[in-house]
Design a protein around this ligand. Structure first.
Ligand code: SF4
Length: 312
Protein backbone atom coordinates (compact mmCIF):
# COMPACT_ATOMS: atom_id res chain seq x y z
CA UNK A 1 0.00 0.00 0.00
CA UNK A 2 1.24 3.50 -0.82
CA UNK A 3 1.19 6.70 1.19
CA UNK A 4 -1.70 9.01 0.25
CA UNK A 5 0.69 11.96 0.09
CA UNK A 6 3.66 10.51 -1.85
CA UNK A 7 4.98 7.40 -3.64
CA UNK A 8 6.54 5.77 -0.57
CA UNK A 9 5.24 2.62 1.13
CA UNK A 10 2.63 3.24 3.84
CA UNK A 11 3.45 2.28 7.44
CA UNK A 12 -0.04 2.85 8.83
CA UNK A 13 -3.62 3.23 7.66
CA UNK A 14 -5.69 5.67 9.68
CA UNK A 15 -9.34 6.66 9.30
CA UNK A 16 -8.42 9.45 6.89
CA UNK A 17 -5.92 7.45 4.81
CA UNK A 18 -2.50 5.76 4.62
CA UNK A 19 0.81 7.39 5.53
CA UNK A 20 4.50 6.60 4.94
CA UNK A 21 7.10 6.94 7.70
CA UNK A 22 7.91 10.62 7.26
CA UNK A 23 4.31 11.73 6.68
CA UNK A 24 3.18 9.74 9.72
CA UNK A 25 5.87 11.31 11.93
CA UNK A 26 4.84 14.80 10.72
CA UNK A 27 1.17 14.02 11.26
CA UNK A 28 1.79 12.62 14.76
CA UNK A 29 4.02 15.46 15.93
CA UNK A 30 1.74 18.17 14.59
CA UNK A 31 -1.25 16.51 16.29
CA UNK A 32 0.60 16.68 19.63
CA UNK A 33 1.69 20.29 19.09
CA UNK A 34 -1.85 21.31 18.05
CA UNK A 35 -3.23 19.71 21.24
CA UNK A 36 -0.74 21.68 23.34
CA UNK A 37 -1.66 24.94 21.57
CA UNK A 38 -5.43 24.42 21.39
CA UNK A 39 -5.81 23.55 25.08
CA UNK A 40 -2.99 25.89 26.21
CA UNK A 41 -1.27 23.01 27.98
CA UNK A 42 2.09 24.76 28.13
CA UNK A 43 2.64 28.46 28.71
CA UNK A 44 5.86 30.44 28.58
CA UNK A 45 8.42 30.47 31.40
CA UNK A 46 7.12 27.26 32.91
CA UNK A 47 9.11 24.67 34.86
CA UNK A 48 7.67 21.41 33.54
CA UNK A 49 7.84 18.11 35.36
CA UNK A 50 7.53 15.24 32.88
CA UNK A 51 6.10 12.18 34.61
CA UNK A 52 8.15 9.31 33.23
CA UNK A 53 8.40 5.57 33.61
CA UNK A 54 10.63 4.59 30.69
CA UNK A 55 7.67 3.18 28.75
CA UNK A 56 6.70 4.27 25.22
CA UNK A 57 4.19 6.94 26.27
CA UNK A 58 6.43 8.72 28.73
CA UNK A 59 9.50 8.69 26.46
CA UNK A 60 7.37 10.06 23.62
CA UNK A 61 5.86 12.85 25.70
CA UNK A 62 9.28 13.75 27.11
CA UNK A 63 10.86 13.87 23.64
CA UNK A 64 8.00 15.86 22.09
CA UNK A 65 7.67 18.35 24.93
CA UNK A 66 11.36 19.10 24.54
CA UNK A 67 10.92 19.42 20.77
CA UNK A 68 7.87 21.67 21.25
CA UNK A 69 9.80 24.07 23.50
CA UNK A 70 12.58 24.29 20.92
CA UNK A 71 10.27 24.68 17.92
CA UNK A 72 8.17 27.43 19.50
CA UNK A 73 11.18 29.17 20.97
CA UNK A 74 9.63 28.71 24.38
CA UNK A 75 12.11 29.28 27.20
CA UNK A 76 10.33 27.03 29.69
CA UNK A 77 12.50 24.41 31.38
CA UNK A 78 11.77 20.74 31.98
CA UNK A 79 12.94 17.80 34.04
CA UNK A 80 11.85 14.16 34.31
CA UNK A 81 10.42 12.57 37.44
CA UNK A 82 10.02 8.79 37.80
CA UNK A 83 8.43 6.68 40.50
CA UNK A 84 10.08 3.36 41.28
CA UNK A 85 7.10 1.39 42.59
CA UNK A 86 9.21 -1.68 43.33
CA UNK A 87 7.82 -4.16 40.77
CA UNK A 88 10.28 -7.01 40.31
CA UNK A 89 11.29 -8.03 36.80
CA UNK A 90 9.65 -4.96 35.30
CA UNK A 91 10.49 -1.52 36.64
CA UNK A 92 14.26 -2.14 36.90
CA UNK A 93 14.59 -2.37 33.11
CA UNK A 94 12.28 0.52 32.22
CA UNK A 95 14.19 2.74 34.64
CA UNK A 96 17.47 1.75 32.98
CA UNK A 97 15.98 2.67 29.58
CA UNK A 98 14.76 5.95 31.03
CA UNK A 99 18.17 6.84 32.47
CA UNK A 100 19.84 6.14 29.12
CA UNK A 101 17.19 8.21 27.29
CA UNK A 102 17.57 11.17 29.66
CA UNK A 103 21.36 11.02 29.33
CA UNK A 104 21.13 10.99 25.57
CA UNK A 105 18.66 13.89 25.45
CA UNK A 106 20.28 15.88 28.21
CA UNK A 107 17.32 15.85 30.60
CA UNK A 108 17.70 15.89 34.39
CA UNK A 109 16.03 12.87 35.94
CA UNK A 110 14.76 12.51 39.52
CA UNK A 111 13.73 9.08 40.79
CA UNK A 112 11.62 8.62 43.93
CA UNK A 113 10.49 5.29 45.32
CA UNK A 114 7.70 3.63 47.27
CA UNK A 115 10.29 1.90 49.44
CA UNK A 116 11.89 5.14 50.57
CA UNK A 117 8.63 7.03 51.00
CA UNK A 118 6.31 4.38 52.38
CA UNK A 119 8.71 1.75 53.73
CA UNK A 120 7.49 -0.95 51.35
CA UNK A 121 7.73 -1.73 47.65
CA UNK A 122 4.49 -2.37 45.76
CA UNK A 123 5.39 -6.08 45.65
CA UNK A 124 5.63 -6.08 49.47
CA UNK A 125 2.67 -3.80 50.19
CA UNK A 126 -0.31 -5.07 48.22
CA UNK A 127 -0.42 -8.61 49.72
CA UNK A 128 -0.70 -6.98 53.18
CA UNK A 129 -3.61 -4.78 52.03
CA UNK A 130 -5.73 -7.79 51.22
CA UNK A 131 -8.77 -5.89 49.97
CA UNK A 132 -6.75 -3.79 47.53
CA UNK A 133 -5.63 -4.77 44.04
CA UNK A 134 -2.03 -3.84 43.16
CA UNK A 135 -3.21 -1.12 40.75
CA UNK A 136 -5.27 0.57 43.49
CA UNK A 137 -2.26 0.85 45.78
CA UNK A 138 0.04 1.77 42.91
CA UNK A 139 -2.28 4.53 41.68
CA UNK A 140 -2.73 6.22 45.06
CA UNK A 141 0.99 6.15 45.90
CA UNK A 142 2.07 7.19 42.40
CA UNK A 143 -0.24 10.25 42.26
CA UNK A 144 0.88 11.21 45.76
CA UNK A 145 4.59 10.98 44.93
CA UNK A 146 4.27 12.80 41.61
CA UNK A 147 2.37 15.68 43.17
CA UNK A 148 4.57 15.93 46.25
CA UNK A 149 7.88 15.84 44.42
CA UNK A 150 6.75 17.97 41.48
CA UNK A 151 5.85 20.64 44.07
CA UNK A 152 9.15 20.13 45.92
CA UNK A 153 10.99 20.62 42.64
CA UNK A 154 8.97 23.79 41.96
CA UNK A 155 7.21 22.49 38.85
CA UNK A 156 4.45 24.64 37.41
CA UNK A 157 2.83 21.62 35.69
CA UNK A 158 3.14 17.84 35.51
CA UNK A 159 3.12 16.60 31.90
CA UNK A 160 1.90 13.01 31.59
CA UNK A 161 1.96 10.48 28.74
CA UNK A 162 -1.73 9.51 28.93
CA UNK A 163 -2.93 8.64 25.44
CA UNK A 164 -6.35 8.38 23.82
CA UNK A 165 -6.74 4.71 24.79
CA UNK A 166 -5.95 5.47 28.45
CA UNK A 167 -8.47 8.28 28.56
CA UNK A 168 -11.22 6.35 26.74
CA UNK A 169 -10.73 3.50 29.25
CA UNK A 170 -11.06 5.82 32.25
CA UNK A 171 -14.12 7.57 30.79
CA UNK A 172 -15.83 4.21 30.36
CA UNK A 173 -14.73 2.97 33.81
CA UNK A 174 -16.28 6.07 35.39
CA UNK A 175 -19.51 5.59 33.43
CA UNK A 176 -19.73 1.91 34.41
CA UNK A 177 -19.10 2.79 38.06
CA UNK A 178 -21.41 5.84 37.98
CA UNK A 179 -18.49 8.00 39.01
CA UNK A 180 -19.34 11.23 37.23
CA UNK A 181 -17.67 13.18 40.02
CA UNK A 182 -14.26 11.80 38.99
CA UNK A 183 -15.12 12.12 35.29
CA UNK A 184 -15.30 15.90 35.73
CA UNK A 185 -11.60 15.88 36.64
CA UNK A 186 -10.52 14.25 33.36
CA UNK A 187 -9.69 15.91 30.03
CA UNK A 188 -6.44 17.27 28.53
CA UNK A 189 -6.00 19.34 31.71
CA UNK A 190 -6.78 17.43 34.92
CA UNK A 191 -8.73 18.92 37.78
CA UNK A 192 -11.69 21.22 38.16
CA UNK A 193 -10.35 24.05 40.25
CA UNK A 194 -6.80 25.23 40.66
CA UNK A 195 -5.38 24.62 44.10
CA UNK A 196 -1.89 25.55 45.24
CA UNK A 197 -1.45 22.13 46.88
CA UNK A 198 -1.96 20.31 43.59
CA UNK A 199 0.32 20.72 40.58
CA UNK A 200 -1.87 20.79 37.48
CA UNK A 201 -1.50 17.76 35.16
CA UNK A 202 -1.62 18.09 31.35
CA UNK A 203 -1.77 15.43 28.61
CA UNK A 204 -0.26 16.34 25.21
CA UNK A 205 -0.85 12.79 23.81
CA UNK A 206 -4.58 13.09 24.52
CA UNK A 207 -5.66 12.50 20.90
CA UNK A 208 -2.95 9.93 20.01
CA UNK A 209 -3.99 6.29 20.06
CA UNK A 210 -1.81 3.66 21.69
CA UNK A 211 -1.16 2.18 18.25
CA UNK A 212 0.10 5.54 16.96
CA UNK A 213 2.38 6.08 19.98
CA UNK A 214 3.80 2.59 19.61
CA UNK A 215 4.54 3.13 15.92
CA UNK A 216 6.07 6.54 16.59
CA UNK A 217 8.53 5.12 19.15
CA UNK A 218 9.46 2.31 16.75
CA UNK A 219 10.01 4.66 13.80
CA UNK A 220 12.03 7.07 15.94
CA UNK A 221 14.15 4.16 17.20
CA UNK A 222 13.58 4.84 20.89
CA UNK A 223 15.14 2.14 23.05
CA UNK A 224 12.00 1.01 24.82
CA UNK A 225 10.59 -2.25 26.14
CA UNK A 226 7.03 -3.09 25.16
CA UNK A 227 6.60 -5.39 28.16
CA UNK A 228 3.53 -5.00 30.34
CA UNK A 229 3.49 -4.63 34.10
CA UNK A 230 2.95 -8.11 35.63
CA UNK A 231 -0.05 -6.73 37.56
CA UNK A 232 -1.77 -5.10 34.59
CA UNK A 233 -4.13 -8.02 33.98
CA UNK A 234 -5.44 -7.96 37.55
CA UNK A 235 -7.13 -4.57 37.32
CA UNK A 236 -10.64 -3.56 36.24
CA UNK A 237 -9.02 -1.43 33.56
CA UNK A 238 -7.74 -4.55 31.79
CA UNK A 239 -11.30 -5.79 31.22
CA UNK A 240 -12.30 -2.39 29.83
CA UNK A 241 -9.19 -2.29 27.65
CA UNK A 242 -10.10 -5.66 26.13
CA UNK A 243 -13.67 -4.57 25.57
CA UNK A 244 -12.65 -1.32 23.89
CA UNK A 245 -10.09 -3.04 21.66
CA UNK A 246 -12.72 -5.55 20.53
CA UNK A 247 -15.13 -2.69 19.78
CA UNK A 248 -12.46 -0.72 17.93
CA UNK A 249 -11.55 -3.75 15.80
CA UNK A 250 -15.14 -4.15 14.77
CA UNK A 251 -16.21 -0.49 14.67
CA UNK A 252 -13.31 1.80 13.74
CA UNK A 253 -13.34 5.12 15.55
CA UNK A 254 -15.03 3.86 18.72
CA UNK A 255 -12.32 5.21 21.04
CA UNK A 256 -12.25 8.59 19.29
CA UNK A 257 -16.04 8.69 19.50
CA UNK A 258 -15.90 8.18 23.27
CA UNK A 259 -13.34 10.96 23.69
CA UNK A 260 -15.18 13.47 21.50
CA UNK A 261 -18.53 12.77 23.18
CA UNK A 262 -16.84 13.10 26.55
CA UNK A 263 -15.22 16.42 25.65
CA UNK A 264 -18.66 17.72 24.61
CA UNK A 265 -20.02 16.85 28.04
CA UNK A 266 -16.96 17.84 30.07
CA UNK A 267 -17.88 21.53 30.60
CA UNK A 268 -21.25 20.43 32.02
CA UNK A 269 -19.63 17.89 34.34
CA UNK A 270 -17.05 20.45 35.48
CA UNK A 271 -19.68 23.10 36.09
CA UNK A 272 -21.75 20.71 38.18
CA UNK A 273 -18.76 19.58 40.25
CA UNK A 274 -17.30 23.06 40.74
CA UNK A 275 -19.48 23.86 43.70
CA UNK A 276 -19.33 20.35 45.06
CA UNK A 277 -15.57 19.89 45.39
CA UNK A 278 -14.99 19.18 49.08
CA UNK A 279 -12.66 21.34 51.07
CA UNK A 280 -9.04 20.42 50.44
CA UNK A 281 -7.00 20.50 53.60
CA UNK A 282 -3.70 18.97 54.71
CA UNK A 283 -3.05 15.48 55.99
CA UNK A 284 -2.21 15.61 59.69
CA UNK A 285 0.64 13.11 59.17
CA UNK A 286 2.45 14.28 56.03
CA UNK A 287 1.02 17.75 55.30
CA UNK A 288 0.09 16.73 51.78
CA UNK A 289 -3.38 17.62 50.44
CA UNK A 290 -6.44 15.56 51.36
CA UNK A 291 -10.20 15.93 51.62
CA UNK A 292 -10.69 17.11 55.19
CA UNK A 293 -14.40 16.37 55.37
CA UNK A 294 -13.93 12.60 55.23
CA UNK A 295 -12.20 12.01 58.59
CA UNK A 296 -10.91 13.85 61.63
CA UNK A 297 -7.98 14.35 62.11
CA UNK A 298 -7.46 14.57 58.36
CA UNK A 299 -5.45 11.71 56.91
CA UNK A 300 -4.69 11.13 53.23
CA UNK A 301 -5.17 7.75 51.53
CA UNK A 302 -1.45 7.35 50.93
CA UNK A 303 -0.72 7.67 54.67
CA UNK A 304 -3.59 5.34 55.57
CA UNK A 305 -2.07 2.67 53.34
CA UNK A 306 1.41 3.38 54.62
CA UNK A 307 0.24 2.92 58.20
CA UNK A 308 -1.58 -0.29 57.34
CA UNK A 309 1.36 -1.94 55.58
CA UNK A 310 3.83 -1.00 58.31
CA UNK A 311 1.60 -1.98 61.26
CA UNK A 312 2.69 -5.61 61.15
FE1 SF4 B 1 0.89 0.11 38.72
FE2 SF4 B 1 -1.14 -1.40 37.89
FE3 SF4 B 1 0.16 0.18 36.15
FE4 SF4 B 1 1.36 -1.98 37.17
S1 SF4 B 1 -0.43 -1.95 35.83
S2 SF4 B 1 2.27 0.05 36.95
S3 SF4 B 1 0.53 -2.02 39.25
S4 SF4 B 1 -1.08 0.84 37.90
Amino acid sequence: MKCDNCDKAAVITLQHGSLCKSHFINYFESKVFKTINKFKLIGRDENLCIATSGGKDSLTVLYLTKKYLKRYNNNSTLFALAVDEGITNYREQTLLDLKAFCNKHNVTLHVVSNKEEFGKTLDEAYPILKKKKPCNVCGVWRRYLLNKHARRLKASKVVTGHNLDDEAQVVLMNVFKANTKLAGRLGPISGIEENELFVQRVKPLYFCSEKEVRLYTLLKGFDVQFTECPYSQEGYRYVIQDLLNAMENKYKGTKQGIIHSFLDLLPLLQERERGRVGEVGKCSLCNEPCQTASREPAQCNACLMKEAVNAI
